[in-house]
Design a protein around this ligand. Sequence first.
Ligand code: SF4
Length: 308
Amino acid sequence: MSIADEIARLKKSKNAVILAHNYQRPEVQDVADFVGDSLELSMKAAATGCDVIVFCGVDFMAETAKILNPDKTVLVPDPDAGCPLSEQLLPRDVERQKAATPEASVVLYINTTAACKALADVVCTSANCVEVIRAAPSRQIIFGPDSNLLHYASKRVPEKELIGVPVFGYCPTHHNITPAQVSEAKTLHPGAKVIVHPECTPEVQEMADFIASTSGMVRIAKADPAQEFILGTESGLLHRLGRDVPGKKFYAASPAVVCPNMKKNTLEKVRDVLVNENHEIVLPGGVIEKARVPIERMLELTRKWKKY
Ligand code: SF4
């Protein structure tokens, strides 16, 4: 029996659902019930009727699933799959900034620990950050941890003053995509349009035809008449695009755009976690209660705008 067949059998017998981020390995995406970006996976996690959620992504995503499903078992294939961006923001950074600017709303990127989310007024993803920030009641907004996403949002919501926590947070995978790499890709593929993630640097954002979340990229690739695209995001998305948008061509801005944490989850580890039911996400009840409020606020706003 293949590992994929074993996973299918285990999933059925344990009433489990497998959620996978767009950056997962192709073979992991292929056994998932749903593949998407952080926002879509949050929506799926909130709606699932299964007893067990196997979350193939990084730790903050699985924590979000647990916060939205406190009575369900949430498992991760590899407990060491963390997010270096989320680790750059500590609860004390948020508390310090809240004390300095008490009138400011706290809007945190979903790429944060549960303990930080518990201090936020509302959470956002790269797919909805502009709308979430615009809807915040205050002019000043405490925002973190990604400074490139802050730049992207600031340009689109100039009426708000965004205060970064930390001052310079970044995703190493996206921040390392350089303008020279994008230029080279454009020279190699002159007919291709460039789509980049808002976690890329402002210089790379300037070179793009579109800036979008990963699922936004899929939508653009389907709808735009262009037949070729250069992608400034983690290479795992190429698999989903090849499957969902057949006939069009996709190129990575650089072959080195890989998040090593996202790649820690393998097919064998997905099977093993279903067999052993170990690597469970456990969070203190108080944190779950507090962090649930800003996540639900985002989901509520998003449903209203139908941005999913
Ligand atoms: Fe974190 Fe960046 Fe990896 Fe996403 S791609 S999990 S933001 S380090």
